[in-house]
Design a protein. Structure first.
Length: 353
């Protein structure tokens, strides 16, 4: 077994089914938890948005990578309808990844405004912060619908997508029964379009993908650092032994910032690794005439990036439940009074400034 096959076996055949199952259960539990809350805060709506995007991502990458690999490895036929829907399911996967990334960014922004600018925070609504995430995630990935398509090929023909990642004519693209989409003697396969072959369009798409990883990561990191510093400043001004209910809640907010570091770390590691194959492909397009032949290590690295995306979507549940579920699970009168105290003190600070 070659290194590429071993990578596909361990990542798509072993790790991803386990990780995806855990992530789906966790995200469904989070959706049920936050949906049943009687008084939903803006943070709750953001958490629901992130969990839904993560769940869709897990379902799409499981269908396109794990299910096709497992069915092929045990000799079963990959459903032809799944091949036909692959361009659309890959679009949904990419859209959901963007939604999860920018949902995390908006969650950090909401936390930052809560401790620094209560007046502006009170003006935020679900429509003003969640709807833009959904719209941007859809619009920014529309071009992907035109980069992959399906076509019918004779059984003896072979197909290369032209992107370095080969959609080979293996059993996962074959239907032994009468094809629903092709004539007799042909089969439906996933193929790259002319737009995917175009160097300028491909490079623009890759650069845009890198931008949507690096910029949100930097902003999430900066917002959490600023939130932490502001909370520390407020606690110092109140005194470390203060019994003020507002001070107690601020200590909870401080704990949020410290524990959200885990989410930032997962964000950077799991999504940042996608920059490596993207950068390699851009280098190939700039320097090589034949952009179809990739180095073996890239073939090994690609299933690892798919696995890490599943890790990010699954671990978000544990991080967010640990950070937000436990700290804010109580809706007691004390917490409501503490929230009112913070609003009053924040307004006083703004007036004094």
């Amino acid at each position: 077994m070659g290194s590429v096959l071993r990578a596909h076996f361990w990542c798509q055949g072993v790790a991803m089914p386990i990780i995806s199952l855990i992530g789906l259960v966790g995200n469904i539990a989070m959706i049920i938890k936050y949906s049943n809350r009687k008084r939903k805060r803006l943070m709750d709506h953001l958490m629901l948005t992130i969990c839904i995007f993560d769940m869709v991502t897990l379902l799409m990458i499981f269908d396109n990578f794990t299910l096709s690999y497992l069915m092929n490895s045990i000799g079963l036929e990959y459903p032809e309808i799944s091949t036909f829907l692959s361009p659309y399911s890959l679009f949904l996967a990419s859209m959901s990844i963007y939604g999860s990334i920018y949902g995390t960014l908006c969650l950090s922004l909401e936390r930052y405004l809560l401790v620094t600018n209560m007046r502006l925070h009170e003006k935020l609504t679900v429509l003003t912060i969640v709807l833009p995430i959904v719209i941007f995630s859809i619009i920014s990935n529309l071009h992907r619908l035109f980069m992959l398509s399906t076509k019918c090929l004779d059984m003896v023909e072979e197909n290369d997508s032209g992107s370095g990642f080969k959609y080979e004519d293996t059993e996962d693209n074959i239907s032994g029964e009468q094809s629903l989409f092709c004539e007799e003697g042909k089969r439906l396969i996933l193929s790259a379009t002319e737009l995917r072959y175009d160097r300028h369009a491909a490079i623009a798409s890759l650069l845009f993908s890198c931008f949507n990883i690096i910029v949100p990561f930097v902003l999430v990191t900066v917002l959490n650092i600023l939130s932490y510093r502001e909370i520390r400043r407020i606690l110092v001004s109140w005194g470390s032994n203060s019994t003020n209910p507002g001070a107690l809640l601020k200590k909870h907010d401080l704990d949020l910032c410290l524990r959200t570091v885990y989410a930032v770390f997962i964000f950077g590691v799991c999504h940042g690794t996608r920059i490596i194959p993207n950068g390699y492909e851009m280098w190939m397009m700039f320097t090589q005439e034949n952009i179809h032949q990739w180095s073996e290590w890239v073939g090994v690295f690609i299933p690892i990036t798919h696995m890490l995306i599943a890790v990010a979507c699954s671990l978000n549940y544990f991080v967010y439940y640990g950070v937000y579920g436990k700290v804010f699970k109580s809706n007691t009168v004390e917490n409501e009074e503490a929230g009112n105290t913070i609003q009053m003190l924040t307004h006083e600070e703004e007036i004094n400034c």
